[in-house]
Design a binder for this molecule. Sequence first.
Ligand SMILES: [Zn+2]
Ligand SMILES: [Zn+2]
Length: 441
Amino acid sequence: MTPSIDANSASPNVEARSGANLEAVSAAKTAARTELSALRPSLVELADSLAQNPELGFEEHRSAQMVRVLLEDFGFVGSAIDGLPTAFRMEAGTGPLTIAMLCEYDALPELGHACGHNLIAAIGVGAGVALRRALDASDTPLTSEDTTPQESRQATSGTASGALGDARVVVIGTPAEEGGGGKIHLLDAGIFDDVDLALMAHPAGMDLLTMPSLAVAILEIDTFGRAAHAAAQPQAGINALDALIGGFQAVAMLRQHVPDGVRLHGIITNGGTAANVVPDHCSARFMVRTPHMTELAGLVEKVENCFRCAARAVGANAEIRIDGKPYAEIRRWGQLETWYRSNMRELGRQLTPIADVAGVMVGSTDMGNVTQVIPGLHPMIGIGNPSLNIHTAAFAEQTQTEAAYDAIIDAASALAMTAIDFLADPGAAGHQTTTSSSGKE
Ligand SMILES: [Zn+2]
Ligand SMILES: [Zn+2]
């Protein structure tokens, strides 16, 4: 169940939180930023290489390999995931908590890296490596002296530096975000089971705290009738295209009785083969989106009824299946957002209020499913041109500019710094959650 929105419960005063050793936190953040400056050439090279060799979801073999090899160079160890060869989990260090930085690297047909996942991969690697190195360099616990020696020993058993607040840092390669739901497969496979915090950042026109997001299910619809000569023997035919068109019209009527924010849209992918033949088989692909995952099953059922009943009306049959697993909306974790906003400000970047883009920018991501079960963030990082939209050729070009390279470093810094805030006060992150809901900040 999704928690209700409770904006008043957020505690924006980071400095006042108990348990954190603010001096150690500040030193660790500075160390992470210094590391990222040094990592810049490697991260830019990775992002450019991915941009120049785009691969589609579940086919990102070279891309995943490139990211893994770089992580190995930086001391991370791990492997591909059984059954998902373009996914991986690489890790370094150990500690009582596990921080995951997520990489995407799938591209779009014909447009290449028009969603900027080449940058997401570089940000994930940069954030993971910088966090690991900052923790290694820290000889002071991130938490205050309130912690008892016994707790300290328990928490640090097996750590390299011995500093309370040390962590296992994992970088997870998550394939096929553009429709394949790689993260959902990885959740099902247990790859996130030990993860306490999952972070990633997505390129965009501007800096945003999150992506206004919708839950989505994709329907594949096939209608079956009976072929006949459309002029000579129309009475012998059952029109599978009419069945589909009737379904689209029924959805158009349904549209006025759905909650605000719902999106219902689709295309006919097979409308028959010849105008003088009554089509006996037609197909459509249809998307059902809603701000709340809890409403999705009910909406899908209504849309299915539109197509089934329209098919029956003309004597045809409709077969409907859900393509893949539905994406959930992003669940928003208030304290993590507060830390991220503060860190972005420290980096000199000002977040655009979500309300300013509500209704203009909205999307769906399998990161939504991750944030439903694990504290996490999916902020958007501006890559130098606020007027650009993702999924355009211009956006793909923009990912190979100095502004995009700056965005890699700033986003990776902000994620590493937010992870440090979390390690200094892990109990705080589980509280003060808000629901996703597009436009509510
Ligand atoms: Zn995309
Ligand atoms: Zn994307």
